[in-house]
Design a protein around this ligand. Structure first.
Ligand SMILES: Cc1ncc(COP(=O)(O)O)c(C=O)c1O
Length: 351
């Protein structure tokens, strides 16, 4: 079976983790500090704060932006539930925003149209590693960039994803372009914001034994930090391979599937290669037939108004269309050209 995705782990990662295990220093030490500095650097930010997951990164960032009960947070409707759940767990209400029909991301105009006097902040997502459009600076709201899928991607003007808004959140779950097993990093330009997050991830301690707010434990382990440092050494190569496979798949299937479009000049990370099936193809039958032929495709994403945990009234037509017709194709750096050719052959046979 050609898997949808597979983390790219080499001997360097195994050696890095083993060396931490032998060192006796297992939590939040030098490896984590080096990893958070490298991630911040890739995002063009001076500060990085490592936490236990991408979701924890969003919860702690929204909290540091002052989001709480009675506030409203704008969240794109097409995504994994994390950003909406994060706002809801802080007691805020979520206003879901439909996405652009070609790029499947929110745009500055869509945010402007959705905001209300109660809007405290907006989460904007580089969905599937596809960079957001330019122009968000004009939206006068605190923005949190959810760049969970977008490490190494570039906006249309060449700036790195992760550099937009008050802070940006990354995820290092195994489906992402770089993995630490579980893990996340918040990157920001604001030293006070970074300090607040460092305390928030560590029981609310601003210095040893000094507790400034009630907090829980969202620290990252040294094993994860070392894994991340080894992974980031190969990030450019991982991105190059993803791009090569993604471009070849898109070229070979352009007459069958509708792929996510990118803004002019932008460089996606291709964390997920998403496409819409033609209306004539039943998605569930397509996925089963792919599996029967040794190719694991998947459903693409979620409409958050449909998952049952995010109240919303009204239709979100673009999100609904992408959710209903969307599939993810296999894509991972160590995929062979033969595997890619098999994906193309199977998709062409079934569409
Ligand atoms: C857009 C987006 N945001 C947030 C997350 C949450 O990341 P994590 O799984 O590390 O909590 C994900 C993970 O799938 C995601 O795709």
């Amino acid at each position: 079976m050609i898997p949808l995705t597979r983390p790219w782990i080499e001997d360097a990662e195994v050696a890095a983790v083993a060396s931490v295990l032998r060192s006796g220093m297992l939590v939040q030490g030098r490896a984590v500090a080096a990893f958070e500095a490298s991630v911040a650097d890739r995002c063009g930010r001076p500060h990085g704060v490592a936490v236990s997951s991408g979701t924890a990164a969003i919860v702690l960032s929204l909290q540091a932006l002052g989001v709480g009960p009675g506030d409203e947070v704008l969240v794109p409707a097409l995504t994994w539930p994390s950003p909406a759940h994060a706002a809801r767990c802080l007691g805020a209400t979520v206003r879901l925003v439909d996405v652009d029909p070609l790029e499947w991301n929110v745009t500055p105009a869509l945010l402007q149209a959705a905001r209300t006097p109660r809007t405290k902040a907006a989460v904007v997502i580089d969905q599937f590693g596809n960079p957001l459009r330019q122009g968000f600076e004009a939206v006068e709201l605190p923005l949190l960039e959810d760049a969970a899928c977008a490490l190494g991607a570039l906006f249309g003007d060449g700036r790195p994803c992760g550099s937009l808004g008050a802070a940006a959140c990354l995820s290092f779950h195994p489906r992402k372009v770089l993995t630490t097993g579980e893990g996340g990093v918040v990157v920001t330009d604001d030293p006070a914001f970074a300090e607040e997050l460092r305390a928030a991830r560590n029981h609310g301690q601003s210095a040893p034994g000094v507790f400034t707010a009630p907090g829980v434990n969202h620290r990252l382990t040294e094993m994860q930090g070392a894994l991340g440092c080894a992974q980031i050494e190969r990030l450019n190569e991982a991105l190059r391979r993803r791009r090569r496979h993604a471009e070849a798949l898109m070229d070979a299937l352009a007459d069958r599937l509708t792929f996510q479009a990118s803004p002019p000049g932008a460089q996606p990370s291709y964390q997920t290669l998403g496409a819409l099936l033609p209306a004539s193809v039943d998605r569930e039958e397509f996925l089963a037939a792919c599996r029967a032929r040794g190719v694991q495709c998947g459903r693409l994403s979620y409409g958050l108004h449909q998952v049952g945990t995010v109240p919303h009234e009204g239709a979100l037509p673009v999100t609904e269309r992408v959710v209903a017709r969307g599939v993810a194709l296999p894509l991972f750096p160590q995929m062979s050209d033969e595997q890619r050719a098999q994906v193309v052959a199977v998709v062409r046979e079934l569409t």
